[in-house]
Design a protein around this ligand. Sequence first.
Ligand code: MF3
Ligand code: CO
Length: 256
Amino acid sequence: MIYIKTAEEIALMREGGKILAKTLDELSRAVAPGIKTIEIDKLAEGLVLKYGAKSSFKGYKPKFYEGEKGYPASVCVSINEEVVHGIPGERVLKEGDIVSMDMGILYKGFFTDAAITAGAGKISSQARKLIDVTKKSLEIGIKEIGQGKHLGDIGFAIQSYAEQNGFSVVRDLVGHGVGKYIHEDPEIPNYGFRGQGLEFKKGMTLALEPMVNIGAPDVKILPDGWTFVSSDKSLVAHFEHTVAVTENGAEILTKL
Ligand code: MF3
Ligand code: CO
């Protein structure tokens, strides 16, 4: 079921999206050697509260999750070969780590979702390239959205760009509709074929989230039941925006 949002609903998501973007921007500035990932979580929790919003990940049980308690933190912090859903804790960031921070919030009844990857201190040129390519692949994917175009156009564009740069895209995790719920239909793969899949319609609100891998695309889940890592332990970067489909393209809602 795809929920088409009204202009009023999208206006609320735009407000929430701005709060989320500001929060992630501040988190990215906090990423540095010596900081504990739990400190990033504390900062995130404090910031969203200050802005009158709530973390939507805390206590959430995604489809793949088999446990009882739900996700234990406000922000997913995934380091190096970790793809998504890393749990903040006592781990201390080291110079050269790359850190993906993925966060969802609830504001005035609507959910938005976004992620960024930042480097701690000086990072390798390959890590820099991975981050830049992943960020750009998200922008390229968003540009594909428009009347008469299809979901597959997003995946095709993201996959082509990542692969042209010698990287691969994670296939086991996908983007999704978002707004009334954290995860709504449709699923949005970061791979695919032009012209395939659903046609875009004005009022759809979508979370696009390419996860790009330096090595092979395969991922597995750690015994903690949450953290996805690349099977070959190579670096992964992750960027995500919530967007609204408009008359002639897409508006990024999770921007500053
Ligand atoms: N990372 C997921 C997304 O962006 C949601 C995380 S759910 C959590 O869609 F429970 F793990 F936090
Ligand atoms: Co998401």
